[in-house]
Design a protein around this ligand. Structure first.
Ligand code: ADP
Ligand code: MG
Length: 672
């Protein structure tokens, strides 16, 4: 294509986009939004998903002269895709005037005036700049979700507003909002509320008549039924709770659809006069969940121009934060993965739980964006009526260790004092302090010490930071960095039912009898030893996810730089355990961070967490799954606890008792 043609094409594209923008409620609300912004310190904006809050309002502020704007998002996918969209709308390259920052990926420059960042990134910035003084305008998006980080951002932003009277403005945006609650939270500031009307077409809602036992199966049936019986075109959006469910539903839909099609093809012949009707419309299935690569996510979001019907199987990332064009049918399983509501302390686990009514409305709303739609709920009307109205604020049910460390690193000696929308139970903060003390981040007067400050410096969980710091002492930081990097990425192993056998064979050489940590490390180190131009091929041959490994490599480089900046003096290093293998020293370092996540192997391979009386199982994805011998005794540590049908530990390794005794923060004693 010539340059002229390309310019012409881009021009046409922008014209098309521009005509779309002019129809958005946010475009029509421009004047009232800018007036509200001029006259108040805080603006609350409430408007349906898709009405233009995230993409338009920050641009409008930019156009009237705000020069340092940040918009927070609860999820990285949204931060990235929205920044890209805004760049397209303005015809600028990503990273110039507009950019994004998510953990381990910074697409901004000194020119950047509008940044889209995750909540977590803004909190990290607040460690070195607690009043967020580099910004003159902060948008806090998706406030209705009440995620832990968003709630903390709101607290930090409120504090900055108080400290910087007059030089900071804040816009809180959301698809639906408990307006009274937010109004009283910001009652000491001039506040305006802007409600934008949606442009929703009617949506017919259908409930299932009798409760289903297996909502994945029900979703598969509903999806195929819609495809064959409802009008074409019109894409289907199915809400499920996580990657595994989505992948198995995707397989089931494909298999059944293919079977049905081959049955039709085998048994029927279209009459040659049927020019406009086909035997069936093609159906393509696209997964959509947070751990997928941005490219794969883009593929799911791309319009298909009615050549086939799309069925997008998504987690609640599709609920509000990203725009999916073309959806006419929604299937809602009624559940999502949420933090557990539990009195148990050290279990920061996700559990599949019922959504709230507000979320159910939101999900249904995805069907009526462009034309009248239908929503099929895989639960009964009775069950809907029993759902809570608003989502439970995550801060009430979360482990606060990470945020407590961050707040203390921002200079708050007493994180209890931060004003929040909902105050977590005092025990939650107290517990977080207890953990921080035991992993060495606090001194005896409960103040952040040098190690704690170091821990907050790395963009890793406090536990992983602790392991990294320990590895400097024990002189194995290079491998520990590699481990931290690979543990910070997702799904290195690619598995599908067709390639099961050969994949397991290819992975065999990486498997460490100690468990998943060293298996992953082995994969990553082998990957790094392959010349760069051969890596894609190597990954294919070994059924490994190239993108995850490339991401791990990128993280590895960034963490190495951060580590070099710290210039640890030689007094930091010890010569302890020098005679031991590097693997053992790494094991000790992992224990220093994760001893609270240790598990005792009891008789018959029954596993009990040491800090809470909970029986757990090893997740089927682990190399230690079914590999413990029946007489085995000893201990394991895990990286993650997930709760599906029961509690599972994922990414697991065997550890020695002496490591727990020596690196377990004085929490362990020999049994006498
Ligand atoms: P809100 O934040 O209110 O949910 P957005 O600002 O994200 O709305 O989106 C506004 C409109 O911009 C959408 O209705 C859609 O038409 C368009 N849009 C946004 N992102 C994309 C995208 N990635 N691809 C296509 N259209 C998009
Ligand atoms: Mg939005």
């Amino acid at each position: 294509m010539t340059e002229k043609n390309m310019a012409q094409q881009n021009n046409n594209k922008r014209k098309r986009i521009w005509s779309l923008i002019k129809n958005l409620p946010a475009y029509h609300a421009r004047k009232s939004f800018l007036q509200a912004l001029a006259s108040s310190e805080v603006v609350l904006v409430v408007g349906e998903t898709g009405c233009g809050k995230t993409t338009q309002l920050p641009q409008q502020a930019l156009d009237v002269g705000y020069r340092s704007i940040v918009t927070t998002q609860p999820r990285r996918v949204a931060a990235i895709s929205v920044a890209e969209r805004v760049c397209l709308e303005r015809g600028v390259t990503l990273g110039s005037q507009i950019g994004y920052v998510v953990r381990f990926d910074d697409k901004t420059s000194s020119e950047t005036q509008l940044r889209y960042v995750t909540d977590g990134v803004l909190l990290r910035e607040a460690i070195t700049d607690p009043d967020l003084s580099r910004y003159d305008l902060i948008f806090v998006d998706e406030a209705h979700e009440r995620s832990l980080q968003t709630d903390i951002v709101l607290g930090v932003v409120k504090r900055a507003l108080t400290n910087r009277r007059g030089s900071l403005k804040v816009v809180v945006m959301s698809a639906f909002l408990d307006t009274d609650k937010f109004r009283s939270f910001f009652s000491s500031f001039d506040l305006s509320i802007l409600e934008m009307e949606g442009r929703l077409y009617p949506i017919d809602i259908f409930y299932i008549k009798t409760p289903v036992e297996d909502y994945v199966e029900a979703a598969v049936v509903a999806c195929l039924q819609i495809h064959f019986e409802e009008s074409f075109p019109g894409d289907i959006l199915v809400f499920l709770t996580g990657q595994e469910e989505i992948e198995s539903a995707a397989r089931m839909i494909k298999e059944r659809f293919d079977n049905y099609c081959s049955y039709l093809e085998k048994n029927f012949l279209p009459c040659s006069e049927n020019k406009h009707t086909t035997l069936y419309h093609p159906l393509r299935v696209y997964p959509l969940f947070a751990a997928m690569s941005p490219d794969a996510q883009r593929a799911a979001l791309k319009p298909c121009r009615n050549q086939f019907r799309k069925a997008i199987l998504a987690t609640n990332i599709a609920e509000t934060s990203i725009t999916i064009p073309g959806i006419k049918y929604v299937v809602d399983c009624g559940f999502s993965k949420q933090r557990v509501v539990s009195s148990m302390k050290c279990l920061d686990a996700l559990r599949v739980s019922p959504i709230s009514q507000a979320q159910a409305l939101q999900r249904a709303g995805r069907a009526g964006r462009e034309c009248p739609g239908k929503c099929f709920r895989l639960y009964t009307k009775d069950d809907f009526d029993k759902l809570s109205i608003h989502p439970v604020p995550e801060i009430l049910v979360s482990d606060l260790v990470s945020v407590t460390l961050q707040l203390m690193a921002m200079g708050m000696e007493n994180p209890f004092k931060l004003e929040l929308l909902d105050n977590p139970r005092t025990e939650s903060f107290q517990y977080a302090l207890e953990v921080l003390l035991s992993i060495g981040a606090l001194d005896s007067s409960m103040k952040l010490n040098a190690i704690g400050k170091q821990m907050a410096f790395f963009p890793l969980s406090p536990m992983l930071s602790r392991s990294l710091l320990e590895s400097i002492t024990l002189n194995c930081s290079s491998s520990m960095l590699a481990l931290c990097s690979i543990l910070s990425t997702e799904s290195v192993f690619q598995l599908s039912s067709q390639i099961r056998e050969s994949a397991f064979q290819a992975w065999n050489k990486f498997i460490s009898s100690l468990g998943d940590h060293f298996t992953l490390l082995q994969v990553f180190q082998s990957y790094l030893s392959i010349p760069e131009h051969e890596r894609i091929q190597w990954c294919k041959e070994h059924y490994l996810n190239y993108r995850s490994l490339a991401t791990a490599n990128n993280i590895y480089c960034q963490l190495s730089q951060l580590l070099q900046q710290q210039k640890y003096s030689s007094s930091f290093m010890s010569h302890l355990y020098e005679e031991e293998s590097e693997q053992d020293r790494l094991g000790r370092c992992l224990v220093a961070g994760f001893f609270r996540q240790s598990v005792r192997i009891g008789s018959n391979c029954q596993l009990y967490t040491l800090f809470e009386p909970l029986q757990v199982d090893i997740h089927p994805s682990s190399v230690l799954h079914r590999r413990l011998s029946s007489k085995e005794e000893g201990y394991l540590i895990y990286h993650e606890l997930i709760w599906t049908t029961k509690p599972y530990i994922r990414t697991v390794m065997r550890v020695k008792e002496e490591w727990l005794l020596q690196h377990g923060g004085n929490c362990f004693q020999l049994e006498s």
